[in-house]
Structures are given as C-alpha cells and as structure tokens.
Ligand binder design. Structure first.
Ligand code: SF4
Length: 498
C-alpha cells in the first residue's frame, strides 16, 4: 500500500471531533499516515465549524496559508469538510480556488472516493447533504440516512490515540431552529441512530479497552428511536449503554433544556455508570431574549429543571452556555443572566459573543445592534462572575478525597515533552510527572503520578484549587482497574448548541 500522508485539523464541537476520528480511521485503513505539518501533507482536510463567524475566518486563514504549498505541489489535495463546507461551498471555492474538495458533515463516508477521483482526474469534488434533505421523497431521505450511518458503522476498530475514552454519536441534526443557530442548516433534520447499533459500537469500543463513552448529539436528550414497535428514549439508551461490560462511565452532551425529562435524572441517580454531570445550555437569563432566540423554555422553567436535577441527583454538577450581545439585549437582560448564574452556581460556563450567521432567522429579521465593545464587556463580566463561583466551590473541596479516572498526562507535562523533543533531549517526563484525571462530576484534578496509573480509577486527596483545576495527591492503595497507558486524555470541546 502506498505511503501517503494526511493532515487533518478539527475545529468546533465534539461532533466534529468524532467525525474527524472516523474520517481518519477510514483513511488510515487506506494507508494514510497522519502528520503534523500541513504544508507537506499529500492530503489536507480542515473539519470546519460555522457556529461563529470567527471560526469561519480561522478556516479561511488556514486555507490561505496553503496557497503557496499547493503552488509547489500541485498533487496536494486540499479539502474543507464539515459545517462550513455545507453552508457555503460556492464561497469557499470562490475565495480559495486552490481548494479541491468540499464535503458536508452528512457525506463524510464519500471522502476516500472523492480524494481518489481528484488524484486521478484532477477535478474538484463536492458532496453535500442539504440538497438531499430538502428533497422530500422517502428514498432520498433514506439515502441521506444511510450515508450518515455508513460512517459510524465503519468505525475503525484499530486502537486510536485515545483508547480510554470515546465519543459515540447517537443523533445527528437538530429540529429546534433557535433563531441564532446555523446547525439545523448545516447538519439537517434530527435523526437518531437505532439503539442496537449504538450498543454494538459501545461493545466494540469496550473490547479495545475503552472505559468511558460520551454519547453525543446536538440535543442528545431528545433521542428517540424504536425497538420493534416500542419507542426507545434517551433514559433507556443510557441504561443500555451502561450495561455493556467494560464501560465504567457514561457521559452525554449536549442537552436541551426544553426537552429534558425526569426519567433521565432517575437513571443518573440509579445507574452507577452514568456520570453526575449535566451540560445544559441556557443562553440567556432573560425571558425576552429567550423568546427572541426562540428557545422553547422560560427562565422559570429552566430554574425549575436545575432544582429538579439537584433534588434527583445528589452532588450533580451543572455547566451552561451563554450568548452575550444577542440582538436587542439590554443591560437589564444582561443583569438577568448575572442573576441566573448567581442562582444556579454552575461548575463552569461557556460564554460566546453573538455573531450573526447567514440564513438564520436572527440574521434575516433582527438587528445585530449591540456594539462589539459591549459584547466584549458582558462576556468578560459573566466569565469573571463565574470564575468567583468556580473558585469558591473548588476551594470548598480542599481536604476532601475524590474518585477519578486517570486520563493521561497533564497539558503542562505534554508541553514539557514537546520542548524536550524540540531541543533534541531525551524525553524524561514519562517517568514521573503530572497526571490529569476527571471526577464523574467533570472536575479536573492534576496530581503527580506514573504512566502505569493511566486508565485506572483512583482516589485523590485535594490539597489546592484554582477556578479551573484541583490539585492533589493520589492515594496509591486506592488504585483499581487495569492501566491503559498511552497519550489518552480527552477534553471535551465546546459546543454552542443544545
Ligand atoms: S442552539 Fe442547539 S437546539 Fe438550538 S438550533 Fe442550534 S443545535 Fe439546535
């Protein structure tokens, strides 16, 4: 098999991380080797995000940097895949004529054939699924569904970089059409995978050493499929995946507050494998703004849900997303978001400055009338407020012992390794350095440890805390389970959706 090289860069949410893993697996099976130097790769793929304008500008800047390498090597194949590809294929080809391949998120299984076609026939290739989903015949819809399924089912069973933890897609697309969001346009209608396929995939991952799976969907708790004539909803899916031997932790992202039902809390409370952590984007603390965003809940309903989460699942931690500076957002609306943060005491929040996305209702009908300086101020304000809450809650854990899964080396240790390699020195960090682990409640803990600890569960005594991280000492006698040494360490990317 020829030795060909692939540079694959992923931007955006966990959906994209999973898509990239699947595309990489498919290309690896065809003999491609992944490299870190974009300018010398045979095939360059950028998996893109359209949720914010900033993300698209970053893609264009990456593509711009490829002009010169492509001049030097006409055989290089440059591809744009994911949401931006689906949203604006003509714009990509117009602005970046050296791009060869554009492929939407529902058509990724076609990438190997597209690359081959480009290499043999020296012509551009394009595959989009929106054209299919807009057509209405059942066969065309079924074709789209098959195309999506083909990629998940072909998951490469060979060990990947992270054996310990994996994402499993349970659902694609979204039907909510929040007025600011481009996802329903780029990822199409909501479709849930059959439960048996998801359980099979969890089993396959467990067989290769995976202990923690994260079920991903744009509005994951809206999951619904059938088993024969019987509907299977998300709570049951959680139970079924948790029952797979070897899977010791089950997480899920991202939940949609408008669809959340108490049976999911019951499973979180009763099934030990299901982690006590919930990412529940609210987007704003003002009913006026929520209405304009067309979120299908009020602040009161959201707060009631948060209270029920804490009643049902003792010790649960909660995270949320906010958009600041949405069309017409006033200081009073902003204060309402502050009050909601103070009331909910989230573990952490993600805050985004609103930027209009083409084709969305907000872009067509609302005025982006909050100046950028105000958006920036409100963004910093919410983050500062949350930082104080996160620091106080983390500090309250000092002196306590927490159970965690040892995920891998901390970022600082990995940076030290890189630096040593760059200087040509022998890499010493593997012998003893900072490890990172995560509690079931998604708290990140850094502690000194050994490579043989990675992949095992352990108790760690917390000795110091910042707003983002806990620091502690491992209790060696508490180590349990088999080690899964390797790079590992999976941090969830941010998803401004759900
Ligand atoms: S914000 Fe979430 S729920 Fe709303 S349209 Fe986007 S993906 Fe769907």
């Amino acid at each position: 098999m020829p030795n060909r090289t692939l540079y694959l860069e992923t931007m955006g949410c966990q959906m994209n991380v999973l898509d990239s893993e699947l595309v990489e697996g498919r290309l690896r099976a065809l003999g491609y080797e992944k490299i870190d130097d974009m300018t010398s790769a045979d095939v360059v793929l950028i998996n893109t995000c359209s949720v914010r304008d900033h993300a698209e500008q970053k893609v264009l800047s990456r593509l711009g940097a490829l002009r010169e390498p492509k001049e030097r090597n006409k055989d290089m194949v440059i591809g744009v895949i994911g949401c931006m590809a689906e949203r604006d294929p003509e714009g990509i080809f117009r602005k970046m004529p050296h791009v060869d391949l554009v492929c939407g998120p529902g058509e990724l299984n076609k990438i190997p054939a597209m690359i081959e076609d480009i290499q043999s026939n020296r012509r551009r290739a394009i595959a989009l699924s929106q054209s299919l989903s807009r057509k209405s015949t059942p066969l065309e819809r079924a074709l789209e569904y098959d195309s999506v399924e083909a990629l998940d089912l072909s998951r490469d069973p060979a060990p990947s970089a992270n054996v310990l933890q994996s994402y499993i897609r349970v659902q694609r697309g979204c039907d909510k059409f929040c007025t600011f969001c481009v996802v329903p346009f780029t990822r199409g209608a909501e479709r849930s995978r059959p439960p048996a396929q998801i359980v099979d995939e969890a089993r396959m991952l467990a067989d290769r050493g995976c202990k923690e799976v994260t079920l991903v969907g744009q509005t994951v708790n809206s999951y619904i499929n059938r088993d024969g004539d019987r509907p299977v909803r998300f709570a049951e899916l959680l139970e079924r995946v948790s029952a797979v031997g070897g899977i010791e932790r089950v997480r899920f992202v991202t939940s949609y507050a408008g669809d959340f039902t108490d049976d999911i809390f019951e499973v979180m409370r009763d099934v030990p494998e299901v982690c006590e952590y919930l990412h529940l984007p609210v987007q704003s603390g003002s009913d006026t703004v929520l209405r304009r965003m067309r979120r299908q809940y009020t602040v009161g309903e959201y707060l009631d849900l948060i209270d029920r989460a804490r009643d049902f699942v003792p010790g649960i931690t909660l995270a949320s997303d906010f958009i600041v500076g949405f069309c017409g957002e006033t200081e009073t609306d902003h204060d309402a978001s502050r009050r909601l943060i103070e009331r909910c005491r989230f573990k952490n929040i993600f805050v985004f400055k609103y930027s209009p996305r083409p084709a969305t209702v907000a872009d067509k009908r609302e005025l982006d009338d909050v100046p950028d300086a105000v958006k920036r101020r409100r963004n910093i304000d919410l983050l500062r407020l949350q930082e104080g809450i996160s620091l106080a809650t983390n500090q309250s854990l000092i002196g306590q012992t927490v159970e965690l899964l040892v995920e891998g080396y901390s970022k600082a240790a990995l940076k030290a390794q890189e630096a040593e390699q760059t200087r040509g020195e022998e890499v010493s960090w593997r012998r003893s350095d900072q490890l990172v682990g995560r509690t079931a409640t998604d708290r990140i803990v850094v502690f000194p440890g050994k490579e043989t600890h990675i992949g095992r569960f352990a108790d760690v005594r917390i000795e110091a805390a910042t707003a983002l991280t806990l620091h502690g000492t491992i209790i060696e006698a508490s180590l349990r389970g088999d080690a899964v040494p390797g790079p590992n360490g999976m941090s969830l990317p941010v998803l401004n959706a759900g």
